[in-house]
Ligand binder design. Structure first.
Ligand code: HEM
Length: 457
């Protein structure tokens, strides 16, 4: 099912002065999603909001998302505030490149590395690394221990993305790199909330961000140089990217571009999945009924062995749980575009040059499309329920040509890790602990991490 835009050209409503001030305070306090929900409740699915002097159109209807990302995507690029903020880190890699031919060329080159057979080849990385983590839990945690699984699962996601990119050997430096990523996300996320002074100013935090970027650069350079020097055959993403050639010229990516893409894949592939598996543990640990059904399914389908790629189709309920987690806590909870030419979104006038703010967190709670939106209910993802909803009411991986290149990788990884965790353990969020709050940085993190008890089944 698709949705069409509302007819009749109108001016996008603007916030009053008092509301704008409240918005700035909410941003500073990290409570922007509450504020945005208030704006939507009062003004409807489209409104001009201001973030520290920058005016942007907040859009919230599935038809608006579809218009910007799919139907009229040619009129929207990534020369928008969010991507300018993170450009010192992404530097023209696939995630942040503005658009047009430079993006298309790069995407065409990289897409085959993310096709089904390639993803199937990565499943072993996922199962073996998960088994190493779970074996460690066996020796380390008793039924009374409360474990911060976010730390554990962060390391696991890092190892999986590194092993898929670079092969098995390089994963052991994951802890240091993970720490750097967390710090970079906090600095960039803070800056996005309050972009003063500019990143180019040498404040303590900005200098630290630059230092982290230099360290990551050094690391990626080292790995690529090692490959060049040894000339050994590898079966990983880096090898595929080094072998790939552009259609038009038959040439390989330059070393500079390869370096950028490797960093973009680490950035795109690590924190998103790391946060997702944390949220999965939280939701499953809070809902014993859902966990019972997961136990039944993994026991029936896997019978105690590790999942293989072909098993994933049989793990239908496990995948529904993953989908519902991605609705409530989509790590990629916001994005932006810039309108290249004048346009109308849902019948509202959008002048050329406008920044468009697409908030997936509120989209995924739109009351017209999601009954009782805060409730965790995997049944929403039964195939009949999915078919009855507009496709663009649910966009954890974006939509249109710039959707997530790693979405099959991510879905596979999340399903594998969840299946293996519940196969071995009963997960419980201790009832005495307060609910975990969201920390809306560049990705949506669980504030303070997720703490659970894991008991061997
Ligand atoms: C749960 C995990 C993930 C989520 C929720 C997620 C979400 C997204 C979203 C929403 C976009 C589009 C952003 C926009 O339209 O502005 C995107 C793009 C992208 N993602 Fe992911 N992602 C995930 C995992 C991954 C993984 C595992 C990789 C790579 C290994 C990856 C690499 C990328 C790249 C390179 C892009 C840019 C694609 C382009 O513009 O052509 N992501 N992701």
């Amino acid at each position: 099912m698709t949705v069409s835009a509302v007819a009749g050209a109108r001016q996008v409503p603007s916030l009053g002065f008092g509301e704008q001030v409240r918005g700035v305070l909410a941003l500073r306090a990290g409570r922007q999603v509450d504020f945005l929900s208030e704006v939507i409740a009062k003004h409807g699915d489209i409104a001009w909001i201001r973030m520290l002097g920058m005016r942007m159109a907040l859009v919230n209807h599935p038809a608006h998302f579809e218009h910007v990302l799919v139907r009229n995507h040619e009129n929207y690029d990534k020369d928008a505030f969010l991507f300018r903020t993170v450009d010192p880190i992404l530097r023209g890699g696939l995630i942040g490149v503005v658009g047009g031919e430079p993006w298309r060329r790069q995407r065409r080159l990289m897409q085959p590395s993310f096709h089904r057979p390639q993803i199937a080849g990565f499943v072993r990385n996922m199962t073996e690394e998960s088994a190493v983590m779970l074996d460690r839990w066996d020796g380390q945690y008793g039924p009374r221990d409360i474990v911060n699984v976010s730390t554990e699962l962060g390391q696991l996601s890092m190892r999986i993305v590194f092993r898929s990119l670079f092969g098995a050997r390089v994963g052991d430096r994951g802890d240091i790199i993970e720490g750097m990523f967390l710090e970079a996300n906090t600095i960039a996320g803070d800056y996005f909330r309050f972009p003063v002074p500019p990143l180019s100013w040498p404040t303590r935090k900005h200098n630290r961000l630059r230092q982290i970027i230099r360290q990551m650069d050094g690391y990626v350079d080292e790995v690529i140089a090692e490959r060049d020097a040894t000339g050994e055959e590898h079966h990983d993403l880096l090898a595929a990217l080094m072998a790939a050639t552009y259609d038009e010229t038959d040439e390989h990516m330059s070393r500079t571009q390869l370096h950028r893409e490797v960093l973009n894949l680490i950035i795109g592939g690590y924190e998103t999945t790391s946060n997702s598996v944390s949220w999965l543990s939280y939701l499953v640990g809070k809902h014993p009924d859902v966990q019972e059904r997961l136990h039944e399914e993994v026991d029936r389908v896997l019978g105690g062995r590790a999942p293989e790629f072909d098993d994933l189709a049989e793990l239908g309920y496990t995948r529904m749980v993953v989908d519902e987690m991605l609705r409530l806590y989509s790590p990629s909870w916001q994005t932006m575009r810039r309108a290249i030419g004048d346009d109308e979104i849902g019948g509202f006038t959008i002048p050329a040059g406008s920044d468009i703010y697409l908030n997936v967190y509120t989209l995924h709670r739109h009351p017209e499309f999601w009954a009782d939106p805060e409730a965790f209910d995997p049944e929403r993802f039964r195939p009949e329920a999915v078919a009855a909803r507009p496709k663009s009411a649910y966009l954890p991986f974006g939509a249109g040509p710039r959707n997530c290149i790693g979405k099959h990788f991510a879905r596979t990884e999340l399903t594998v890790i969840l299946a293996m965790m519940v196969q071995r353990y009963r997960i419980e969020v201790p009832p005495e602990l307060p609910d975990v709050e969201i920390s809306p940085l560049i990705t949506l993190q669980p504030k303070g991490g997720v703490h659970v008890r894991v008991t061997r089944r």
